[in-house]
Write a protein that binds this ligand. Sequence first.
Ligand code: ATP
Ligand code: MG
Length: 409
Amino acid sequence: MRQSHLFTKTEKSAPKDEVALNAQLLTRAGYIYKNSAGVYSFLPLGWQVIKNISAIAREEMDAIGGQEMLMSALHDKHYLQATGRWDVDVVYKVIAGDDKEPAANISWTHEEILAEIATKYIHSYKDLPFAAYQIQTKFRHEPRAKSGLLRGREFLMKDLYSFHVSEDDLYRYYDRVAKAYANVFARCGLKAYYTLAAGGEFTVSNTHEFQVESPVGEDTVYVCTQCEYAENKEVSKAADGGACPKCGGAVREIKAVEVGNIFPLGTKYAKAFGLAFTDEKGEAHDVVMGSYGIGISRLMGVIVEQYHDEKGIAWPSAVAPFHAHLLGLRGGDGDGIYATLQKAGVKVLYDDREATPGEKFADADLIGIPWRLVTGAKTGAGTVEIKRRIDSESRTVSVEEAITLITTH
Ligand code: ATP
Ligand code: MG
């Protein structure tokens, strides 16, 4: 893409009303726009990143048999009333037309919705198990929405739901989801601890969170220094300095951000909607469910919190909006090299703007694309100056060599 065509522009200073570093950098670089507290729009560069993170999540969910779908966002009140969740404080309720009372809410989670859908199709043990997921917008009235993408009032979630004949079958699938989630976070460049936690508004059982260590994290997690066992402070028996309940090793207290959460739900949602199946003997049982969430937009924020320096963002290549940022300086062969890179299938942002070299270099550092290429009066025909965003030294190579470097690293 030609940068002169991008309708967004970079900004030198951070917006005054943003205290979170992820929101400051993403706003300055033109990835996101804040519409109101905790509510963001994803601009063209930001949407590329969201699509890359979503593609990783999709691949991993498809690999464990998840069927992608898209559920409604406007929910009649009978759904949450059926499970006693209509008055959960983060739920946004909707008053329509002349109504005095809200008769619906906007989506905050979808256990009730898919449990009811399943009653139409699931009748026999032969219809089970199955799992379905979506990537969809969730709305939650978060009182503290000061952390940028880490805590939105409107945010993107990947939510998967699974349906089983028994607890045993649920827990077998639960472990497969845990592995798939670990893959998602590793592919996004994050180290996430598999952490024992409480069930919140979802279940009375213990659950597991995926927690990424970060100074801006709102959660306190105890992590074993030997076996990497982790538990959230809210359920922890091992206070800091205590022993790991699994291996007896020393425990370390960390601040962390929850990027994913998986829940064994039991039969609560099936009971509420009459979701039952008949077994081989013709006896009826409630369906056992699990639910599993990843904060897609929160992940984007966490990646920025982890991958940046004083000049800007430095995206891991798996999620970067482009692979290469070509800076066309006066006297260089910008148009020609841009065409060659595109022909080779390199996703490239081409800075073809009328701007000073200093402005172009500063913008490249801020936007954070993994490889920077420069063509100008000093680079000879058929060559470019290349460097990675995270390196300080550049070198001059042929355009062919640059393509090999970009496509293999
Ligand atoms: P938290 O404890 O951080 O409030 P939660 O436990 O309420 O999150 P879940 O209902 O488990 O969140 O949602 C699944 C995932 O969605 C979370 O692991 C997180 O990554 C993401 N998420 C939850 N709330 C938000 C939010 N307000 N903004 C962005 N992402 C969120
Ligand atoms: Mg959670």
